[in-house]
Design a protein around this ligand. Structure first.
Ligand SMILES: Nc1ncnc2c1ncn2[C@@H]1O[C@H](COP(=O)(O)OP(=O)(O)O)[C@@H](O)[C@H]1O
Ligand SMILES: [Mg+2]
Length: 155
């Protein structure tokens, strides 16, 4: 994460995880690629569900493991306020690399300024972290078994 700043947030429970997702959504301008990095059970999918809620998405967001990519239209008022019309949810767990990521259609969304793309297991595809609008959220557990989020961003 060369040249990236980071901010640490505590997420000991679901309420605070939701708060973290809401504050991320409030900072979105459109065009962001958000990588979620953490072990199985770390809270990645739950975080995406809270992001979806904050974006007024009605369709249920599920773990995309078997679908690889799923896109959701944002709610009317969120769309009006931000210009962000869609959230695209990708699970990179089974992807072999960048070529496969682009083969499932990532490129179409990555370039759009009216869409936000969230990638679980983003660390499996190293080159995504070089993208201009990339941010990364790492889900960690400290020595007291308390959950934290480390949010990496440029500027
Ligand atoms: N910060 C948290 N505090 C409490 N429980 C959490 C937190 N994050 C996730 N969980 C719980 O852990 C379980 C696994 O979360 P999930 O989002 O499916 O993980 P992942 O997608 O990283 O594998 C869920 O039951 C979820 O409710
Ligand atoms: Mg998951």
């Amino acid at each position: 994460m060369n040249g990236m700043k980071f901010e640490e947030m505590l997420a000991p429970d679901l309420k605070s995880l939701q708060h973290c997702a809401e504050s991320l959504v409030a900072s979105l301008r459109g065009g962001e690629i958000i990588g979620l990095v953490g072990e199985l059970g770390a809270g990645k999918t739950t975080f995406v569900q809270y992001m979806a809620k904050a974006m007024g998405i009605k369709k249920p967001v599920r773990s995309p493991t078997f679908i690889l990519m799923q896109c959701f239209p944002s709610g009317h008022s969120f769309r009006k306020k931000t210009g962000i019309v869609e959230m695209c949810h990708i699970d990179a767990y089974r992807l072999k690399g960048e070529d496969e990521l682009f083969a499932i259609g990532f490129g179409d969304y990555a370039e759009r300024e009216d869409c936000v793309t969230v990638i679980e297991w983003a660390d499996r595809i190293e080159s995504v972290s070089w993208l201009e609008d990339y941010r990364e959220i790492r889900f960690t557990v400290d020595e007291n078994q308390k959950r934290h989020l480390e949010c990496y961003f440029r500027k």
